[in-house]
Write a protein that binds this ligand. Sequence first.
Ligand code: CA
Length: 689
Amino acid sequence: MTTITSKIVLTVTVLALSLGAEAAEVTGKILIGADNEPGQWLSVGRTYDEQRFSPLNQITAGNVGQLALTWFADFDTNRGQEASPLVINGRLYVTTAWSKVFAYDAKTGKPLWNYDPQVSGGTGIKGCCDVVNRGLAAFGNKLYLGAYDGRLIALNALTGKVEWQVDTVDQARSYTITGAPRVANGKVFIGNGGAEIGVRGYISAYDANDGKLLWRFFTVPGDPSRPQENTALEKALSTWTGDLFWQLGGGTVWDGILYDPVTNLVYFGTGNGTPWVAEARSPQGGDNLFLNSIIAVKADTGEYVWHYQVTPSESWDFDATSPLMMAELVFNGDKHRTLMQADKNGFFYALDAATGQLLAADAFTTVTWATHVDMQTGRPVEVPAAHFGKTGQPVAVQPGAQGAHSWHPMSYSPNTGFVYVPFVETVSAFAPDPNYKARQGTANTAMGRAGPEVMKNLPEDAPRTSRAWLLAWDPVARKEVWRSDMRGTIASGALSTAGGLVFQGSQKGELNAFRDSDGKQLWSFAAQTGVVAAPVSYAIDGEQYIAQLAGYGTRDYYTPNHSRLLVFKLNGKAQLPPAGELPPPRPLNPPADFGTADQLMLGAETWNVYCVMCHETAYGNRGLFPDLRYSPLLHSAEGFRAVVLDGALEARGMVSFKQRFGALEAEAVRVYLTQRANQAKLAAAAPRP
Ligand code: CA
């Protein structure tokens, strides 16, 4: 063991010597051999197989008790932090909310440069789920950033200066980028998001040198009266019906992308359709390819190779965009290069990377929309009542729209053979909106309101609120090995190390270390704020570090979120400033109910179409947006209008809605919210039954 440690540390020391202008470039060869660089973290998943396993073993189950903060850096935002840093040649690079980039001396924390792409506050409305960013790619002496407004930007890694930038999206549509680019063979691969609103998904490859577009693969067919971009899409066309689908699209590639140098393929997951409800977007049925699928294309040309549709004809927001991971595993006596995904839909999938053959598909949490996956056909066997678009009846389904496992990175330890999956037990009530009409530039889910009674039919042990865990999954034995104690309501990314540890944050405001073999919790750090991003590990001058981005609402919008980079080593000496007392929860203080029944109805309608996506808990309002029932502006028609129509808070992401509705609707929303606030106040005052 000692020999291995010294060898790794020695390699790292040599590599880390060159912090300075002469720092070595990240070549294709270095990226392919990233496992030979245990002290660095060269791409978002560390290696091309995206196992997020650090071979460093200085921090162990025996000494993790001495792991302590060694430096930290505060950010100028209280929006969500989801990125994994890169560590290259002694520098640490990290992205924050609003697509900003910061570079530090990875040993000391000394700031080196920062870059702000000046994403306009108004683009906040184009996304479903906060102006987050999940990381960078590196190649040559450049870093690649996908900015929230759809730009792909190449930065000089030494100076932070822009080398080139291209617009990867149609600005007239609600495209956003939150995922990390991947880079291979001199190409940068980047997708985008927006399927909740109505955009046609695709992934693009750009020349890493100059930003020239090299190829683009659309995930859903375009206008059926015109030739499709390729034969795969011509075939996919027959899986769609009606005339809505090509106008709204969906199937966005917003997170999981993996390049494999062995197959020379690029793999990516696609999101849900627009709208969510299958019967609303494709009225005469059909699987709707390539929504909710894992797709393999040739890295050099973008040519289709294979696909596996994880959830055909999908209606529950089960994006198949969760991180993808590669490992050599044995199934039924045969070794397979295996692509893995723990999907939002609650099943853990293993696929042969060359052919797409389904090797395993097993529920890793309670799943009520399907009984199992038929291994002959590869299709899920659905529970008919779950398909609310067909039945027209509201239904509660597990997992819920938040997913059993979304973007939160999982980690694979070759030492234990386990995949560490951050997952959430969730339930959502689904109902179709019989009056759904397609709209441009706002939420297009076609979801109606399911009354609270639908939740009453759930079994006693079903989660009433979300419950997050860390799960150790054996992908070959196809079963759970252990799970942590419950850790809050939102998942957090994971890192495993050769020190026998798994690190994972929690939305409750912690970073924890667990023993990889049995899940025993060995260490915990009070982060003062929610932690959902995945940690990384690196080494400099013979010392192993753990770096973790923190910053997520721990309670509600009004509780400060300390957006920070936290860096740890054994016997670190830094200390966070005291967190201070949490402010008391805000009281509900609405005016008395006012307005007419017509206003109330118009307000509810307007709210459901334009406002719920950010301000309603059903969409996972994780304290990132204010709960408007508490807004003092409910008392002021003028103040409310100034924000909603005149854009008074646009710089903070609350854009003007005057392109979409007028003063009548704005006032009606105030009437509706006031009633909701008074109902909540009354319920809080009522004695418990
Ligand atoms: Ca989605």
